[in-house]
Unconditional design. Structure first.
Length: 59
């Protein structure tokens, strides 16, 4: 009986959830992609700069 009650409760809880709109999901996804691309570029530039700096310091 506990499993059936659990499934009922889960269904009721899911009915109360405020789901994001399609536009909210798209906007959130775009924000995450922009952040990931920007962070990737920053790490690439820092890696490139420090690599050249270390090669210049060490003969």
């Amino acid at each position: 009986m506990n499993l059936i009650q659990y499934l009922r409760d889960s269904r009721e809880e899911l009915a109360r959830v405020t789901w994001p709109t399609r536009q909210q999901v798209i906007d959130g996804t775009q924000a995450v992609l922009i952040f990931v691309i920007a962070l990737t570029l920053i790490v690439f530039v820092l890696d490139f700069a420090f690599g050249h700096l270390i090669r210049a310091v060490l003969p």
